[in-house]
Design a protein around this ligand. Structure first.
Ligand code: ADP
Ligand code: MG
Length: 399
């Protein structure tokens, strides 16, 4: 993990202006946020800086305005949500740089919080334009990045600013980086990775990276079908990317050479139609899938074998459900293995880190998200991290 400065490295911040990049890209319905997890994540950073006497300017994007002002995409829409979470009033500022921000700063007292408008209203943000970044930086004394979820983008507010001001990781960023480092950067071995989800094609880079770094690679979900097919299994009508047979074989070869065991299911749950509890539902060996059947979950024997694998491991990283978990009973394997992982974590024998939009939903559905060591809600940034890529927003924080 690159070394980075945290809020612990800040001296006296009284009266100083903190430019704090946060994630306020909240899911909205009828004008209000349906989930404020992202605000809650950055609350410790914001309040710590404010309580230490800094003037805190929050910097964030909201939706995809593509470099133009959009009346419906102003961060003023989430001002109320941020105030509710923080339990404080904040000042909305309709710009990110220039005289309007300067004037606002002269009104803000030490410990006050200002919310700048959507940084993506300006084309310089996504272009990472140095002049744009400089105009923002001029107003601040230091920069804090607390938005890991945006760290895979090299934008002015996620990357550029870190080169222009003393730069620090916020508390949420620090927590995320520490957890991810424990899972793949510098993990206790053996390490198991669960990779599931619909398609191999969306996770090729993830698989390629993991085979070189983990001892057990557990493949489930629709993508397991592609690997089974590559091994000569007839997967019937299952979701399967037959054009990726060679790729799947190359990944399996690479795993062999790296000493990574790939685990594919040997029993599966199948049906002829994709519906909840269909009459055609049955469990069978992978070699017995009918030509009119689809594999929609891994079977009970495979699930038990995987639980035994996790019991021998010290670290687990998980992305992607093992089956079509949104539809019953194809959530069974995912729920069972997630419960095993959570129990092992609570026993202290496993460090478990999970991420991915549907993965987080599946763990919440299983009721075990709190039982994992860390669950990342970062989406794209989490996947790029699993791909072994350097995240520009993280790299720029390195001292
Ligand atoms: P994440 O968002 O966590 O990265 P993905 O988007 O890659 O996960 O995959 C999740 C999707 O994969 C879910 O919608 C799930 O229904 C689907 N899926 C899992 N197993 C199967 C399967 N056997 N057949 C079809 N779809 C599947
Ligand atoms: Mg998804």
């Amino acid at each position: 993990m690159p070394e980075f400065k945290t809020l612990d490295d800040l001296g006296d911040v009284t009266g100083k202006v903190a430019l704090v990049r946060v994630d306020l890209n909240l899911p909205m319905k009828d004008g209000s946020a349906t989930d404020v997890t992202r605000v809650e994540a950055s609350m410790p950073t914001i309040l710590e800086l404010a309580d230490a006497g800094a003037k805190v300017l929050l910097l964030a994007h909201f939706g995809r305005p593509k470099g133009e002002r959009h009346s419906t995409l102003s961060t003023s829409f989430v001002q109320g949500d941020v105030e509710r979470v923080l339990g404080r009033e904040i000042m909305f500022i309709s710009e990110v740089a220039g005289p309007v921000v300067e004037q606002s700063l002269s009104i803000l007292r030490n410990g006050d919080i200002g919310l700048l408008d959507n940084v993506r209203f300006w084309p310089g943000e996504e272009a990472n334009d140095p002049d744009f970044a400089r105009a923002i930086a001029t107003l601040g004394d230091f920069y804090v990045n607390d938005a890991f979820s945006a760290a895979h983008r090299a934008h002015a507010s996620t990357e550029g600013l870190a080169h222009l001001l003393p730069a620090y990781a916020g508390r949420a960023m620090e927590k995320e980086l520490t957890a991810l480092d424990k899972a793949l950067g510098n993990p206790e071995t053996p390490v198991a990775a669960v990779v599931g989800g619909a398609k191999v094609s969306t996770k090729l880079d993830v698989l390629e990276n993991l085979v070189g770094r983990v001892q057990h690679l557990i493949i489930g979900g629709g993508m397991a079908n592609t690997f089974l097919a590559a091994r000569g299994v007839d997967v019937g009508k299952s979701l399967c990317e037959h054009d990726l047979t060679a790729t799947a074989n190359a990944i399996m070869d690479k795993a062999d050479h790296a000493g990574c065991t790939i685990h594919l299911p040997y029993d599966v749950v199948v049906a002829t139609e994709f519906a909840a509890n269909p009459p055609s539902l049955r469990t069978c060996n992978v070699h017995e899938v009918g030509s009119d059947e689809m594999i929609l979950d891994i079977g009970p024997q495979a699930t038990e074998a995987l639980a035994d694998v996790l019991k021998t491991c010290r670290t687990l990283v998980w992305n992607g459900p093992l089956g079509a978990f949104e539809t019953e009973p194809f959530d069974t394997a995912t729920v069972a293995l997630a419960k095993t992982a959570a129990a092992l974590t609570q026993d202290g024998s496993l460090t478990s880190v999970a991420g991915g939009g549907d993965t987080v939903a599946a763990l919440n559905h299983a009721g075990v998200a709190d039982g994992f060591s860390y669950v990342s809600t970062a989406g794209g940034a989490f996947l790029e991290w699993m791909e072994g890529k350097e995240l520009p927003g993280v790299a720029a924080l390195a001292r």
